[in-house]
Design a protein around this ligand. Structure first.
Ligand SMILES: CC(C)(COP(=O)(O)OP(=O)(O)OC[C@H]1O[C@@H](n2cnc3c(N)ncnc32)[C@H](O)[C@@H]1OP(=O)(O)O)[C@@H](O)C(=O)NCCC(=O)NCCS
Length: 334
């Protein structure tokens, strides 16, 4: 990928899993958000399976000092999740994260991805600044990060409270043109995001009621994050009952947040969106090409969650999406 002064950017091999684990320790101690990343066999297997593509910054001595990851999704597709941005505290402020980000762009293109979704934290502004001006900020997931994640050697103003993460679309290729069904209340916002991202979308008239067949959902509960994630494959008249049952199950296990993805290729999504709003959901974000086309993410927070946690936002565009998300949350019963 690239080599400059004493730093070389290249892919991390499965045999180097222990180096990645060491870097996670130096950045997060024992508090990293995904506990499986402390297990060398699991990390090595993940790298060998090529579900995780790790882009590393190495010193001449072979020390891994910077990292970003591209995680392919189980259902495949033409986009993936970016993240795991890590720079050893002793090597920060030298532009290493930016150089790894260039490696991430190169690797994404080599994989044929038309873009990746990135989720910069808001406990500090560093990662937001790395992609600023290149990506499009399309959402904000409230209370997405537990308060006990410790960012070593970073100033974080709200220790112990859950914090929000942005959703950022980083385009690396030409996405297909698509037809979408947009909820009226979010139509203007979503179309503005499409325009900003140069995505060609035709808006079609949607169904005015949910069909009688059964909804199809895939759900997963993340214990560490205390977040329920639901992907709606098809929304039908039992959507509210099914989502309520999923939330009930998650709350019993300590769940505090639910994120539900609705496909914008489904003519029932606009009425499904209103169904979710009646259950206390509000707009989290637009994820272009996330799964069989674009996805609208809606979010729900338990009453005990303080959604007023302070976010550090670095640009006008991040502040604009926060404003939209908070306004929609404030009006969620309407
Ligand atoms: C975030 C992190 C990867 C930045 O690495 P880095 O190599 O020091 O970053 P760079 O030198 O390439 O700088 C990139 C941008 O971030 C900014 N930045 C770096 N550290 C920062 C900090 N502590 N606070 C605010 N901005 C910061 C830089 O100023 C630069 O932006 P600019 O060019 O607009 O000024 C590193 O601090 C880290 O590993 N932190 C802990 C883990 C983490 O928070 N990961 C991100 C999760 S989304």
């Amino acid at each position: 990928m690239s080599s400059d002064d004493d730093i070389t950017v290249r892919l991390v091999t499965p045999q180097e899993a222990s180096l990645l684990i060491g870097l996670i320790w130096s950045c997060y101690g024992e508090t990293y958000i995904d506990p499986s990343f402390y297990d060398e066999t699991a990390v090595s297997e993940l790298l060998a399976s090529r579900r995780l593509h790790s882009i590393g910054a190495f010193t001449d001595a072979g020390q891994l000092v910077g990292h970003m990851g591209i995680t392919l999704r189980p259902h495949g597709g033409i986009t993936a999740d970016a993240g795991m941005t890590l720079v050893d505290p002793r090597f920060r402020g030298r532009g290493i994260a930016r150089r790894v980000a260039v490696g991430l762009a190169e690797q994404s293109m080599a994989l044929g991805l038309v873009g990746v979704h990135d989720y910069p934290v808001t406990v500090h502004a560093a990662t937001q600044r790395i992609g600023a001006g290149f990506g499009v900020d399309t959402g904000l997931m409230l209370a997405n990060m537990p308060g006990d994640v410790v960012f070593q050697e970073m100033e974080t103003p709200t220790p112990d409270s859950r914090t929000s993460s942005l959703i950022r679309w980083l385009p690396f290729g030409l996405a297909p043109e698509r037809s979408v069904y947009l909820p009226e209340r979010y139509r203007e916002q979503i179309q503005a995001l499409y325009a900003e991202a140069h995505l060609t979308r035709t808006v079609l008239p949607s169904d005015d009621h949910l069909g009688e067949r059964q909804s199809q959902l895939e759900s997963a509960y993340d214990e560490r994050r205390q977040i329920l994630r639901v992907a709606v494959m098809r929304g039908s008249s039992d959507l509210a009952a099914k989502v309520e049952a999923e939330i009930g199950g998650a709350v019993k296990r300590g769940g505090l947040v639910a994120q539900v993805d609705l496909p914008l290729a489904d003519p029932a999504t606009p009425v499904g969106t209103e169904t979710l709003r009646a259950q206390g959901f509000s707009f989290a974000g637009l994820l272009p090409e996330y799964r069989d086309g674009d996805v609208l993410r809606m979010q729900w927070l338990a009453d005990s969650v303080d959604d007023a946690a302070f976010s550090i936002l670095s640009t006008d565009s991040t502040r604009a999406i926060e404003e939209f998300v908070l306004k929609d949350r404030g009006s969620k019963s309407g």
